[in-house]
Every structure is written in C-alpha cells, then in structure tokens.
Design a binder for this molecule. Structure first.
Ligand code: FE2
Ligand code: FE2
Length: 365
C-alpha cells in the first residue's frame, strides 16, 4: 500500500510537470486565434465550444481509423456494397483465418463501424453549424500496390508499423494502472524494435507462407492496438463534455470501440508461431505462457486492478481514463506506431491543433 501511494505521488508530480510543459502551446494557439472559452456556449442547445472541439478531434480520429481499416478490408476483409474497394488477397486472408475462420467478417464489420463513426460525427457537427473535419487534402500516401488493393491514395501507412502490444499485459495486471504512472511489457517485444508491414506489399510477400503469416500476425496485434486506443479515448474525453446529447454520442460510440478491442484481444491469443524470413521478427507459441497470468493467451477479459485509490480495492476497468492531454497523447501514440510515416508537416500541424483544442475542453460546471 505504501509503495502504491508513493507511486501515485510520483505520477502526479510527473503529470504536473507535463501539464506545465504541454499547456503552453495550446494557450498561445488560443490567444492567437481568439478562441472563445472552451466551456462557453456554442449554440442555443448548450453545446459548448469545448464539445465541438472534442467532436472534431474524434471525427478526425475516426477518419484515420476508416482509412486504415479500409486498407485492411481491401486485402483481408469482405468487399461488398457496405465496405467497397479492393478485391482481397487470398493468401493474406488464409493466414488471418488461421487465427479465426471469421477474421474476414470481423475486419469487414470493424471497417463499416469506423465509416459510420466518421460520417455520423461530421453530419452531427454540420447539423450544429460547426465545421466538419476533412482530411482529404492529406490523402496522398501511395499505399500498397500488392494484388487486392484498390490502389487509392491513403492517409495512413500500414507498411512500416512499430506495434506496441503492451495493452496485452496492461489489461492482465492486477496491481498496475497506467493512470498511476505504471508501465507494461509488450507481448511481442520485437514489434517495438523495427518497422513491419501489416498488409502484403508485393506478390513476393504472399507467395512465402511464413512471410504472409508474420504479416497477418502483425495485423492481428495492430487491430488490438488501435481499438484499445479508442476504448480509452472516448471515456477520457466524455469527462470533458458539457452537453448531454454530446455525452450520449461519446457514451454510445465509445463502447463499440471496446467491443472491437475485446474481439481483437481474443484473436490475438491465436497468433501463429512463426519467424518472418525477411525481418527475423519472431512470434512465439503463446501456449508456452499458460499459467503466467500476465501473458496467458486465453485471459481476454480485463483483470481487476487498482482504480482512483488503492483504498477502494481493485475494480475491473478500462485503463487509462485520466483526461489530461488525452487527445494529444492518443494522436502521439498513433504517430509512434508509424501510422503516419510519409505524412506532411501540414497534416501533423492540423492534427496537433485538433488535439490541442480537444484537450482544452472543460466540462461546464
Ligand atoms: Fe471508431
Ligand atoms: Fe475503432
């Protein structure tokens, strides 16, 4: 207990420093742009400027999710009128199916969900007289030209990913919480030490069984990495929302991200033991972790852990949910994944601005 309290103190002091270090650019930006107070009313319904900033950042994140999931669907999902584009990569789909026969269906459904999240948020913004988010000017990345691709230009890069799989141990820990400053070991350490493709990049990739399996494994773990981000982001930003209807939107979309994460957490436990013949990246047999609660493959539900204060005992929760710099940190984690390698300075400036404004939102008391 004493150790936990000390950790909490350390974490708070670190956060205080972060607050001091990161708040300045947002304040300067607001002063230059003449923004109204984030908690001031935007319209007659009591939606605040902060609410609009939160919705706009979420719309941007959903557009990014839509872009990356569309690429996964073109190669690994089901191409139909709900999720058009691409023609599928049979070798990639077969490698994914080794994790679960329904992977193509799940990829399709996750993709459709993201399409509707982004279009709904922009439609809602428009209905309130707010500016919707358009990232089309940044859709310039070439993407993979392997068979199955639509050949469209992309916002995101799935071919040089550095995938953080620490969510695997974070949700299995019974005494650590990232909101206390705790850190977590990755499931696949090698995925943090290089740049790996999660989609086929050429016919050579698809004709080598070990290579395409390593690519499918990487994708399956990246699915969890993306969706756990959304699982935290919505409850984090919900705490800054003022208007009840906007809160309803966040509380209704957020848990679908968690439904995705839960599915991908389950499928990640089925990754196939293989060594990538090109990169040397190793995926172990997860069966070897049986009996180790931090790594065991079938522990897909969150373990209870300490929340708010150790005095309350443990509780099964989404983690993290601390609101400070939540939007900025989420975008930074996507960037650290390598998702935007090749993107322009203007893209990063736009996203950093959207994140800064969302983080300035304060719940109207
Ligand atoms: Fe989403
Ligand atoms: Fe998502």
């Amino acid at each position: 207990m004493l150790q936990r309290i000390r950790k909490l103190g350390n974490s708070l002091s670190r956060r205080t420093m972060l607050r001091g270090g990161l708040a300045a650019p947002a304040i300067i930006g607001a002063a230059v742009l003449g923004d109204p107070l984030p908690s001031a009313a935007f319209d007659d319904d009591g939606i605040t400027h902060g609410d609009i900033s939160i919705l706009r950042f979420l719309a941007a994140i959903e557009i990014i999710e839509t872009d990356l999931w569309t690429q996964y669907n073109e190669f690994g999902g089901i191409q139909d009128n709900e999720v058009p584009g691409g023609s599928g990569s049979p070798a990639y789909q077969a490698a994914l199916a080794k994790l679960d026969m329904d992977m193509s269906q799940y990829i399709h459904d996750n993709t459709e969900d993201e399409i509707t999240h982004s279009s709904f948020l922009n439609a809602y913004l428009r209905s309130k007289g707010a500016e919707p988010v358009d990232l089309t000017p940044f859709r310039n990345l070439p993407g993979s030209t392997a068979p199955g691709s639509s050949g469209k230009k992309r916002l995101t890069n799935l071919m040089q990913l550095t995938v953080d799989t620490s969510w695997w141990t974070r949700y299995r820990s019974r005494n650590k919480n990232p909101d206390f400053g705790d850190t977590f070991a990755p499931l696949i350490p090698g995925l943090l030490k290089g740049k790996f493709t999660a989609i086929p990049t050429s016919t050579a990739d698809t004709s080598n069984p070990d290579r395409i399996q390593a690519i499918a494994n990487t994708a399956a773990l990246h699915f969890g990495t993306i969706e756990q981000g959304g699982s935290s982001l919505y409850p984090q930003l919900a705490q800054r929302v003022s208007n009840a209807e906007v809160l309803r939107i966040l509380l209704s979309i957020g848990p679908t991200e968690t439904m995705h994460f839960q599915t991908w957490s389950d499928k990640a436990g089925n990754i196939v033991q293989v060594t990538d013949p090109i990169t040397g990246l190793e995926f172990p047999d997860l069966g070897m972790f049986t009996g180790n609660e931090d790594l065991q493959a079938n522990l897909i539900m969150p373990e209870p852990t300490e929340f708010l204060s150790p005095a309350f005992g443990v509780c099964s929760i989404i983690r993290p949910t601390e609101t400070e710099q939540a939007a900025t940190r989420t975008f930074a984690s996507f960037k650290d994944d390598g998702l935007f390698i090749g993107q322009s300075d203007a893209f990063f400036a736009t996203m950093n601005e959207l994140a800064s404004r969302a983080d300035m939102a304060r719940r109207r008391g």
